[in-house]
Structure formats: C-alpha cells, structure tokens
Design a protein around this ligand. Structure first.
Ligand code: FES
Length: 313
C-alpha cells in the first residue's frame, strides 16, 4: 500500500446532529493532488484495533492546501464514525491513505446527472467545483432529512440555482427516479451516491429504461457491518479468530497479513482473496455468483455460523 500521509485536523464543524465536517492540512510539505470523486482512508489510532474507514473528499480539487470530509454518525457504528465524532478534535494528527478515485465524472459526458441520498452528497461537492471550472452541464437531485442530513443545502442552492432539485423526506417529498431518468438529454451520465436502496432503485430503473451500463456510475461506501465470529485459516496453517465486530480484512491486518485494499466497502475489487473451504456470507457488490464459489472480499464478507474459512493467503 502507498505511504500514509500525516495530516493535522485544522477545523471541525458540526453541520447537523448527525454530520461532522473535518478539514485536514499537511503536517509538512504539500498534500497530494486529487480529482473529483476521490476518497481517502482515515486510520483511527488508539482504538486498540485496526480501524480505518474510507471517506469522499468534498473540497475543491483545485485547492491543494487542505482536504475536507464529512462523516455521518452511524447508529450501527463498529467504532469508526463514533471515533470521528467523539474523539477527533482540532490539532490532532491523523494518518490518511493517499487519495484514490473510483468514482470520477466521465470526461465525455454531455450532461452530468447527480443523485445523492443523505451523506452521499459528499463526492458531489467536489464534482460541482470541478464541473463549474470546466463549464460542465449538470443537475443535482438531493434527497435528505431536514435538520439531520441536509448538509450543504444552502451552499448548493446558491451555487446551482435551478439545477438543484431538493427532496426533504421529512416533508414527504419524494424523488421520482423514473421521471428524472426519462427526462435526460442524449449523452447524459448518471452518478448515484447514497444508501444501497437508492443505488439499486436508480440502477434498476435506468436499466429498465435502456440506459447503457457505461453511463451509470455509483458509489456506496459502507463500513462493514458486524456479524458472527468465525475462524480464518491461512495457507501456512495459522488460524485467526475473527471477532464479530472485526472484518476479516482487519483481522488479517492485525495478524500482519497485508491485503491490498481501496474502498474497504466491498465495491472496488482490490481485496479479492481466494478461498477453498468454508461457508461464506458474501456482502460485496463486486463478485459475480460464479466468482463467489472460490473468491471472497475480506473487507466486508465473513464466514457463516462460526465456520472455518480456508484462505489461499
Ligand atoms: S477493499 Fe474494495 S472491495 Fe475490499
């Protein structure tokens, strides 16, 4: 994995009761550049375990002096979002992975249709800055709950004007996906970021309407969900007990077995690992059914019912 970056927390802002924003600056030298749609992994020290979550960079990619992220407190937090909300304060030094991009706006799109649910607004903040700079055609459909997940709404209204379509779930306003997708000029690319249900609804509707797959882009960074404890057996015969609140990837890292990874959320394919035995609860959005017969994604997937999963690692 690339060398980690030391950053200082320059500011912390509570945007809503559920969302905190963090601005990072370099401890020394310059921060590496990034493009719209990039994310970083934040390594969380002092938690007594390897804990590291991926967050989209929401700052303007042209502004190289700082990185900005926003973190939603998850009710089912395994510790990552709670750590960010309760432990991190101005002046702290954290380690980040260098930015990586799995969700860039398409360079040849005639129109950019962005659909965000709640904290899924974050990558689009960087998109909007980049598209404004190059005069890109865009519109944003933003579903949120007022007072809880309506982050950056005023700023978006000022920047986008009529190109912003807000939907406040608390006021009963609903995004009509079919209508939005039906009403687009040729050459439009759609980008979705938010809960899995929103992503699958948009993807299924776009598919039913005949949108080519290469014009549909989505990002679902979900921290792994807890599950049952199980055992992983390595190729050298070592066994690792994986607790219910650890991902297999975290257990491997703690045992000093490095596995390449980018998203830590089951979407990028980097951590694909072969296995030869054990019943696996596949939770990724990457592998096909046939690939799942002998490969798993340790960032999210786990053994079922306390079984032993034999890894070819
Ligand atoms: S790290 Fe991306 S799928 Fe596991």
């Amino acid at each position: 994995m690339s060398e980690l970056l030391d950053v200082r927390v320059a500011s912390v802002r509570q945007l809503t009761p559920l969302v905190r924003e963090f601005t990072f600056e370099a401890v020394s030298g310059d921060l590496p550049g990034f493009s719209a749609g990039s994310h970083v992994q934040v390594h969380m020290p002092g938690t007594g375990r390897p804990l590291c979550n991926a967050y989209s960079l929401l700052s303007d990619p042209q502004q190289r002096q700082h990185y900005r992220i926003a973190v939603r407190l998850q009710e089912q937090s395994r510790g990552g979002s709670r750590f960010m909300h309760e432990q991190v304060k101005e002046g702290d030094v954290l380690r980040l992975s260098p930015p990586a991009n799995l969700f860039a706006p398409h360079s040849r799109a005639g129109h950019h249709l962005m659909i965000a649910g709640g904290i899924g607004i974050t990558p689009f903040m960087a998109y909007i800055a980049a598209l404004e700079q190059r005069g890109g055609s865009m519109e944003l459909h933003y579903a949120y709950r007022s007072g809880l997940t309506d982050t950056y709404l005023e700023e978006l209204a000022a920047r986008l004007g009529a190109a912003l379509h807000p939907y406040d779930g608390r006021a009963g306003q609903r995004l009509d996906i079919h209508q939005v997708l039906s009403d687009q000029p040729l050459g439009t690319h759609v980008y979705i970021c938010g809960p899995d249900s929103l992503i699958s609804d948009v993807c299924q509707t776009a598919d039913a309407l005949g949108w080519p797959a290469e014009r549909i882009h989505w990002e679902a960074f979900a921290a792994p969900e807890p599950g049952e404890p199980f055992v992983a057996e390595l190729a050298d015969g070592r066994t690792l007990a994986v607790p219910g609140d650890y991902s297999l990837l975290e257990a491997l890292e703690q045992a000093g077995v490095p596995v390449p990874n980018l998203c830590r959320g089951g979407v990028c394919g980097q951590c694909m690992t072969p296995y030869s035995a054990g019943e696996v609860d596949h939770r990724d959005l990457y592998l096909s059914d046939s690939e799942r017969a002998d490969h798993l994604m340790p960032c999210v997937s786990r053994g079922k019912g306390g079984c032993t999963v034999k890894l070819a690692l």
